[in-house]
Design a protein around this ligand. Structure first.
Ligand SMILES: Cc1cc2nc3c(=O)[nH]c(=O)nc-3n(C[C@H](O)[C@H](O)[C@H](O)COP(=O)(O)OP(=O)(O)OC[C@H]3O[C@@H](n4cnc5c(N)ncnc54)[C@H](O)[C@@H]3O)c2cc1C
Length: 381
């Protein structure tokens, strides 16, 4: 994958510049790869590595400057991580969305206090937007409710899954106002987007039952028991226009997870070509087809990533269509890798079966395949 050079040479004598994505790829290969199995098994949550990626600038390159933002480097970095470990690529996406929310907020106190700390990896966290994203498309109701009080809101409710969390982490999510002051022009309740502080004693992180994959991602059920959310943690109020602004970036960043995974599935197929190519060539799906798809998706993702605030409907539909195709292709590539590997890939110790389990996550994480299809059918609330 090509990469963007972000640092300039200070002088002729200094070392050649290494892009953020290249540094991320190097750390992924050397330091993440040996832990991919333990992360998959859920015995490790790689917080130290996430902070190390942050030090390279991996979580900060997409912060807006003068009203424009460029997500290319962030997507490339997630892809480099995803080539090695799908769970860590997902956590990279979580961290990047947290940065995306904070750095796009109109709340100056929040931006000053958090945006750079999230971007550097000093503070880790994620996003609880699955339920709100589903609610915007009429799939389910908002699970968090809030009421206005002096200096902020009081929030209650439960989110079933939020990832990249720990005792001192933060995540962005949305509640619906249940007090009389909140109300949209259309007569529905206002929605407010805020940062949840996991250290708040009224927030409980409940461990989830084991998953098919992603067990090392710090995923918890989150319970809000009348949590006081001060004004300084409000990301956007009302949240409707803010969600419209950040939603393309939210989805586009997920392309990195798919690109990395598909690339490794191609590598897996290539690795067994020497011993098994004479019979694998009868399989209907070959690495060459996935190489073409990968390069097509990469080109489209890079084009869309330069313009994440584009409000045209045609742009939005391209983002959703790419996301849908990338999820489908992830599952198809991992399935093909399994068939190419045969018994080798059926061993628990082989990464082909891990990639298959990870691929299903790309297809079901919000917006899931079924939601994307509903969105393309034009069914928005
Ligand atoms: C490992 C993992 C990590 C995730 N991390 C995040 C995250 O960081 N942030 C985030 O916002 N979302 C997260 N999610 C949720 C994810 O993005 C999707 O929303 C979820 O996979 C379901 O999406 P769906 O559209 O297929 O909904 P469906 O599965 O069709 O429906 C979802 C709804 O069904 C109900 N439901 C189904 N099964 C269960 C169950 N076992 N327990 C409780 N309720 C159930 C709930 O009401 C839920 O809202 C995570 C999910 C998983 C599996």
């Amino acid at each position: 994958m090509g990469s963007l050079a972000v640092s300039r040479l200070a002088s002729e004598e200094t070392l050649p510049s290494v892009s953020i994505a290249d540094q991320v790829a190097m750390i992924a290969r050397k330091e993440l790869a040996p832990h991919a199995l333990a992360i998959d098994e859920g015995t490790i949550y790689p917080d130290a590595l996430l902070r190390k990626f942050g030090e390279t600038g991996a979580w900060g390159s997409h912060q807006p400057e003068n009203g424009a933002a460029d997500l290319r480097c962030a997507i490339q970095s997630i892809a480099s991580i995803g080539e090695v470990c799908g769970a860590t690529a997902f956590m990279a996406w979580c961290q990047n969305t947290l940065v995306w929310y904070a750095s796009n907020s109109d709340n100056p106190k929040l931006v000053a206090k958090f945006a750079n700390k999230f971007a550097s990896g000093e503070i880790l966290g994620g996003t609880g937007l699955s339920n709100p994203m589903k609610s915007f498309f009429g799939i389910e109701k908002l699970k968090l409710k809030g009421r206005k009080v002096e200096g902020g809101y009081v929030v209650r409710g439960v989110l079933p899954w939020v990832s990249n969390l720990g005792a001192d982490h933060y995540f962005g999510t949305i509640f619906e106002r249940e007090d009389e002051g909140g109300g949209t022009a259309k007569g529905g309740p206002d929605i407010v987007m805020f940062l949840a502080d996991c250290a708040n004693p009224a927030i409980t992180l409940q461990p989830c039952k084991p998953f098919l994959a992603m067990d090392g991602t710090g995923t918890y059920g989150v319970q809000f028991r009348d949590v006081f959310v001060p004004d300084e943690l409000i990301l956007a109020e009302p949240a409707g226009p803010f969600v419209k602004k950040i939603r393309a970036g939210f989805i586009l960043l997920q392309a990195g997870m798919a690109l990395g995974l598909i690339k490794d599935c191609i590598q897996i197929m290539d690795e067994v070509d020497a011993p098994l190519g004479h019979v694998n060539r009868y399989l209907p799906q070959q690495p060459v087809q996935f190489r073409e798809l990968h390069s097509e998706f990469e080109k489209e993702a890079m084009a869309l990533a330069c313009d994440p605030y584009n409000a045209d409907d045609s742009y939005w539909r391209r983002v959703v269509a790419l996301r849908l195709r990338a999820g489908d292709a992830s599952v198809a590539a991992a399935h093909a890798a399994m068939l190419h590997c045969g018994a080798r890939g059926y061993l628990k110790s082989h990464r082909a079966q891990r990639r298959l389990r990870e691929a299903y996550f790309v297809a079901i994480v919000t917006p899931a395949t079924k939601q994307l299809r509903k969105m393309l059918a034009g069914d928005e609330r």
